[in-house]
Each structure stands twice: as structure tokens, then as C-alpha cells.
Ligand binder design. Structure first.
Ligand SMILES: Cc1cc2nc3c(=O)[nH]c(=O)nc-3n(C[C@H](O)[C@H](O)[C@H](O)COP(=O)(O)OP(=O)(O)OC[C@H]3O[C@@H](n4cnc5c(N)ncnc54)[C@H](O)[C@@H]3O)c2cc1C
Length: 371
């Protein structure tokens, strides 16, 4: 590709795209208004977990591909990142069911997960409690999903920024993109808050929850993406005995990190950019933990709120924006940590080789039009 590509947004998606394009020999400048991972990414649970929500077979297949790409890239990222240990671990997730309806739902996920080539099996309640003695006696069975990775997202982003810089990415930290220069139907540059313009041949908007505002204010497009509040808890383990599996139940993931902190989340709260830790959400999350893991007594609670982009049916906005040459979007929904690797591969291959990934066809971006 000729000229510089500007990537706006230094979350996991923007960094992954910049890193992959730089590895393909493209000149990249990444513009981030705060620091790498400052948005949803750094506040996430760091689960790379296909089927982390109410996902259909398409989404689970996309997630499975992303997991495989993560596994492929992680050794290189680690090597380039230097000393930072981002507490990566393979985790087995137990999707618990406590009644017939939940069993039916989990068995449907199991079918899609195994059809996508991921490792998972059905285990009954007694076997689950043998694996993790703090699980509830009300559990009748569930899916043990053993194809998941988890890491500390803040530490990972510090490491990933090092790896991206080593691959040739130029970072503009603490600089905000304030607009785009478009002439003759194509992108020419990114206007920056410091009043300079970064000339570029293409731009990738990896602006997460800020995307609707950016494309609306700068380009006059309305896109189906909204900021969505999510709340999570960090709980003290209170014992030397770590949880022997992660647990998913009633939409809540509970995972014991390598440093012993237990993540429990997330509670969705569609409150736009006003996401605040609330006592009510904390109480609700603690109730879910107590119901499914009654043998676990948290020794302390930290309540964290942030917002991520949300899209219809959690389908990512990915591809070229119709109507203006050289503008690309890569905006996941509320599972963007997982999806970052596949979105980066799709974007880099589209930009460098013109290749359209076979799972890109459901992106709502194809129908986007200026107002
Ligand atoms: C509590 C919580 C738990 C979660 N847990 C998980 C999980 O376990 N697994 C999972 O897959 N997903 C999880 N998610 C969702 C996940 O965090 C997001 O989907 C993902 O991080 C999105 O990455 P991103 O790079 O698209 O967006 P972001 O990380 O939000 O990055 C966008 C970046 O763009 C920058 N930016 C925006 N506008 C501009 C501008 N004009 N100029 C310059 N910079 C700009 C922002 O500062 C920000 O850093 C969770 C989210 C939350 C909040």
C-alpha cells in the first residue's frame, strides 16, 4: 500500500490492526486520545472466549477463528513485548445449567461450539462439583468449554503497544482525531486536536463506543452502534485455593485470574457514556456469584464500570465505508477482546490484498449511507 495508513483508536482492535498492517510492510500511525487500552479494552475481563453471550452459530464460528488467530499471534507478541507478564492463562469455562430451560440453552451453545471446532463437552452436576467443590448443588449439568484464554487486559495492552512499536507502528498518544479531510470522494487526512493534519492514504476507525459520534459528526453517517455500559467486580479470593474452573451462569462470567483476583461480570446497563459503578449492579452481581458458587466467600469487592460499543445481534461493523474511498471501520460489539484478532486479519487482508473474508457479509456496514 502507498502512503501512510492512519488508525484512530488504540484499544485492542486498533492496536491489533496497526500491528498486522505494520507486519505486512504498511506505514502506520496510530492516534489515541489517551493511552493504549484506555477505553473498553483496559477495563474488560480479558476473556478470549468464543460464545460469551447469546451468540448464534455465525458469531461462534467468527469467535473460533479469532481464538485461533490469537493463539497464532500470542507467542510473537510476547517475544516482541519484552518483560511484561500479562498473566495469560488457558481457562476452562463451565457453563452451568440449573433447570430444563437452562440445559436446553446450554446444549444449543454446545452444539454450535463443537460445530465450530472448539473443544467442549457436557458434564453432569456431580462431575462439575467434583471439579470445583464450591459450585451450587442446584447445578444439574453444563458445558465444559476448554478453548478459552484469559489475561490481564491492562498489562496486555502495555505489552502489545511495545510489540506494535517494535513492528514499526508510530504512536500519537494523547492526541485526538477531531475530523477527517475528504476531497474528491476520498480520504486525504486526519485532522488532529492540536490543529495539525496527518496526511494519509487510508484511515481505519477503531474508535469503539465513540464511533457513532465520529462518523455522524465527521461524515454525516448514522450507523447502528451505541455506547453501552458494562459493570464488573474484582473479588478477593480469600483463600489459597484458586477456583478450579471459570463459571458462566445467567449471563455472568466468573473467572479466577492468575494473580488470584476473581473477575465477575458483566452487568449490562444501556446508559450511554454515563456508565458509573452502582450499588444496585454490585448487589446483583454478588447475588449471581453467591447463587452459583455458594462455597466462595469473596474477601473484598472492587466495582468497575466502563462502556463498550454495542451493535445489533453483536455483529461487528467491519469493512470499507461505502461512499468515500479509503475509510475503513473495525468496531466490535461487547466481545471485542475476543474479536480483535479476526477483525485485524479481515481489515489487513481487505486493505492490502482486496480480499473479502467469507464471514464479513453480515456486517451492517455494507448498507450504510450518508444522511
Ligand atoms: C466490564 C467489561 C468487561 C468486558 N469483558 C470482555 C471480555 O472478557 N471479553 C471480550 O471479548 N470483551 C469484553 N468486553 C468488551 C471489550 O472490552 C470491547 O469490546 C473491546 O475492548 C473493544 O475494543 P476496541 O478497541 O474496539 O474499543 P476501545 O477499547 O474502547 O478502544 C477505542 C479507543 O479509541 C479511542 N478514541 C475514540 N475516539 C478517538 C478519537 N477521536 N481520537 C483518538 N482516539 C480515540 C479511545 O480513547 C479508546 O482507547 C468487556 C467490556 C467491559 C466494559
Amino acid at each position: 500500500m502507498e502512503g501512510t495508513v492512519a488508525v484512530v483508536g488504540g484499544g485492542v482492535v486498533g492496536c491489533f490492526i496497526a500491528y498486522r498492517l505494520a507486519a505486512m510492510g504498511v506505514s502506520i500511525t496510530l492516534i489515541e486520545q489517551e493511552g493504549p487500552g484506555a477505553g473498553a479494552t483496559g477495563n474488560s475481563a480479558g476473556n478470549i472466549q468464543p460464545a460469551s453471550g447469546d451468540d448464534d452459530a455465525y458469531k461462534i464460528a467468527l469467535g473460533a477463528e479469532s481464538l485461533a488467530l490469537w493463539r497464532n499471534q500470542l507467542p510473537r507478541i510476547k517475544e516482541a513485548a519484552g518483560e511484561i507478564d500479562f498473566l495469560e492463562q488457558d481457562v476452562r469455562y463451565f457453563y452451568a445449567a440449573t433447570n430444563d430451560q437452562e440445559e436446553e440453552d446450554v446444549r444449543r451453545i454446545l452444539r454450535d461450539v463443537t460445530a465450530a471446532g472448539l473443544k467442549a463437552e457436557w458434564v453432569d452436576g456431580a462431575a462439575a462439583r467434583q471439579m470445583e467443590h464450591r459450585l451450587s448443588p442446584s447445578i444439574t449439568g453444563g458445558m465444559l468449554h476448554t478453548d478459552c484464554i484469559q489475561m490481564d487486559p491492562k498489562l496486555f495492552m502495555a505489552a502489545f503497544a511495545n510489540a506494535a512499536e517494535a513492528a514499526g507502528v508510530t504512536f500519537q498518544r494523547k492526541n485526538q482525531a477531531a475530523g477527517l479531510t475528504v476531497t474528491g470522494g476520498r480520504i486525504r487526512g486526519v485532522k488532529l486536536q492540536d490543529t495539525s493534519t496527518l496526511e494519509c492514504s487510508s484511515v481505519v476507525l477503531a474508535t469503539g463506543a465513540w464511533t457513532l459520534k465520529a462518523v455522524s459528526d465527521w461524515l454525516g453517517y448514522d450507523l447502528p452502534v451505541e455506547p453501552f455500559g458494562l459493570q464488573k467486580l474484582h473479588l478477593g479470593l480469600g483463600t489459597a485455593d484458586p477456583l478450579h474452573c471459570a463459571v458462566r451462569w445467567n449471563g455472568v462470567n466468573i473467572v479466577c485470574r492468575r494473580d488470584g483476583l476473581v473477575h465477575a461480570g458483566s452487568r449490562f446497563d444501556p446508559a450511554g457514556f454515563d456508565a458509573q459503578p452502582s450499588a444496585e449492579s454490585e448487589q446483583w452481581l454478588l447475588e449471581q456469584v453467591a447463587a452459583i458458587l455458594p462455597g466462595f466467600q469473596p474477601s473484598g469487592v472492587e466495582n468497575i464500570a466502563a462502556f463498550a460499543a454495542s451493535t445489533p445481534a453483536r455483529i461487528p461493523l467491519i469493512g470499507q465505508l461505502p461512499g468515500i474511498d479509503g475509510i475503513y471501520l473495525a468496531v466490535p460489539s461487547t466481545d471485542g477482546f475476543l474479536m480483535a484478532a479476526v477483525l485485524a486479519e479481515m481489515t489487513a487482508n481487505l486493505m492490502v490484498n482486496g480480499a473479502i473474508h467469507h464471514l464479513m457479509d453480515r456486517s451492517p456496514l455494507a448498507q450504510a449511507k450518508a444522511r
